[in-house]
Design a protein around this ligand. Structure first.
Ligand SMILES: [Zn+2]
Length: 287
């Protein structure tokens, strides 16, 4: 467990194009950073001449040659349509380039008007239980908010796998943004993913996860551990969030502490709703 908590995506490298199953070719968004790791995974899914593309990266010029290579590697002719896990910029911003290059006319996601406004194609609305298909691939949408209110994961029926977007990552843990994230929703979303008993997980960042059930269980345990640690940190005395982060995240590089602050804030809001913590200005204490 300690080792998993230390794991971050800093320095992790993946090939720009790779085949992760008979039906899945991955193309990197070429947008590496401390938050995206090697970059956003975009997936060509299916077996026929025209595949589904899941997520589109960040709209960077280096991505187009990579997705062209991925189409070659997949042995297909083009892209039937785009589906998105959510509207964050590193998933939606490549839509315009892809649409132009491959003549794609359809992009589908769970609507989130604030974020969708910048998308150059009209968004086709997808909701919980909706199915998107191409030859050799059936994707069933699961509304899984928490990291983002519009987040969809997709059950890949042919492989009993899940495309998890940012809900479950190949390395490290998911950020729950303090403005639009919700930890209670997120924990419920993890339980929904677990109920699907996925064999493998294809995450939006980092390598393929071979044992999906074990990884989701690890994520749930990790959040429960963090919550206990935050309560213990507050037991040392009332504190503002940056101090709580320093008390709790002793095993995480300081460059990630800003992101950790968002997760701590989410935990504190959850504890507040449960009547276990309260805030006086920016200072939190146990109730
Ligand atoms: Zn995201």
């Amino acid at each position: 467990m300690a080792q998993q908590q230390q794991a971050t995506m800093i320095g992790l490298e993946l090939p720009p194009v790779d085949r992760w199953s008979d039906r899945v070719v991955v193309a990197l968004g070429m947008n590496p950073s401390i938050f995206t790791g090697p970059g956003t995974n975009t997936y060509l899914i299916g077996t026929g001449p025209r595949r589904i593309l899941l997520d589109t990266g960040q709209g960077l010029a280096d991505y187009l040659p990579v997705i062209e290579r991925a189409v070659d590697e997949a042995g297909c002719e083009g892209i039937q349509e785009i589906v998105l896990t959510h509207g964050h910029v590193d998933h939606i911003s490549g839509v315009g380039d892809i649409a132009k290059r491959f003549g794609v006319e359809k992009v589908s996601k769970f609507p989130w008007p604030d974020f969708d406004a910048g998308c150059p194609l009209d968004i086709s609305s997808l909701g919980d239980g909706d199915v998107v298909e191409c030859e050799g691939a059936t994707l069933r949408a699961l509304h899984t908010p928490g990291h983002a209110p519009d987040h969809l994961c997709y059950v890949f029926e042919e492989e009993r796998a899940i495309f998890s977007g940012d809900n479950v990552l190949g390395v490290g843990t998911t950020v729950i943004p303090s403005d639009s994230g919700d930890l209670l929703d997120y924990m419920q979303s993890l339980e929904r993913l677990l109920a699907e008993q996925p064999a493998a997980i294809y995450p939006a960042h980092g390598p393929k996860i071979p044992d999906g059930v074990a990884k989701i269980r690890e994520y749930i345990a990790h959040r429960n551990d963090r919550e206990a640690q935050i309560q213990a940190a507050l037991g040392q005395g009332p504190a503002a969030i940056p101090t709580i982060v320093k008390r709790v995240y002793t095993d995480v590089p300081e460059v990630l502490h800003k992101a950790a602050e968002q997760s701590v804030a989410s935990h504190l809001r959850k504890l507040e709703r449960e009547g276990k913590a309260s805030a006086d200005g920016s200072t939190w204490s146990l109730v």
